[in-house]
Write a protein that binds this ligand. Sequence first.
Ligand SMILES: NC(=O)c1ccc[n+]([C@@H]2O[C@H](COP(=O)([O-])OP(=O)(O)OC[C@H]3O[C@@H](n4cnc5c(N)ncnc54)[C@H](O)[C@@H]3O)[C@@H](O)[C@H]2O)c1
Length: 261
Amino acid sequence: MMNPTHRLPNKVALITGAASGIGRATALLLAREGAAVVVTDVAAEAGQQVADEIARAGGQARFLPLDVSDEGAWQEVMDQLLREFGRLDVAVNNAGIAAGRPVADMTLTEWRRVLHINLDGVFLGTKFAIRAMQAGQGGSIINVASASGIKASAGASAYCASKAAVRMFSKTAALECVAAGGKVRVNVVSPGGVATPIWEKQDFWPDLVAKHGSPQAAMQALSAEGFFTPEQIAQAILFLASDESSYLNAGELVIDRGYTA
Ligand SMILES: NC(=O)c1ccc[n+]([C@@H]2O[C@H](COP(=O)([O-])OP(=O)(O)OC[C@H]3O[C@@H](n4cnc5c(N)ncnc54)[C@H](O)[C@@H]3O)[C@@H](O)[C@H]2O)c1
């Protein structure tokens, strides 16, 4: 039944990297706002749990495994999504990894892995979403970059380069959509630090936990540095996904408390 207060009534949304962090918070929020959500991730168990959580709360969700760097997998997911839901209105290209290593010590394999997931993954997601949306009612694509794509950080060259490229790639794709009639919008969200499990995968995490006594205390210490919650970033994504932002294309929401200002 349609709820008149919902901000995404009758919309179908696909989210990548939706098993954790920002993607998970976005999946839960978009579902609460009435969207049918296709939860995708390489982490199948955690992704299925997010879809189950949405269903338990009365929302509509489907988990599909997807490695964003695999073009064949994108084709399969998009075919299945269109078969089951008939349309795609919102695509959130959120999946990403962070890897820290000084340039002089980094292998080409490490460099390529970050670019492959963070940049190739967003390219593929944007490409398949534009095709589906152009063929349908149009839609909104939100690509998650980072303040690290604006301001450099020593030791994070691959990550910073990938996120800077996501920003410029997204604006280029948006211009093509404008030229094609504006049915499809492509906007970017560039957050500063967000308290998510991405930090637990970094080389410095064990030292931080040792210093603060527990993983929770380590995360609190990061948060004390002005980190955002995943739910706050999800709110910005919701705005860009909804028709409330129908006038925004090729834009960017930098959510960083002035870090890059
Ligand atoms: N947390 C931050 O401080 C922060 C700041 C700015 C931008 N971001 C960006 O936000 C996005 C989400 O990050 P997060 O902090 O929620 O991290 P997270 O580690 O909590 O979640 C990332 C998710 O992406 C998935 N993933 C990794 N590789 C994948 C692949 N090849 N295909 C599909 N899914 C894959 C992981 O399984 C995980 O569920 C990333 O693009 C990240 O770069 C994060």
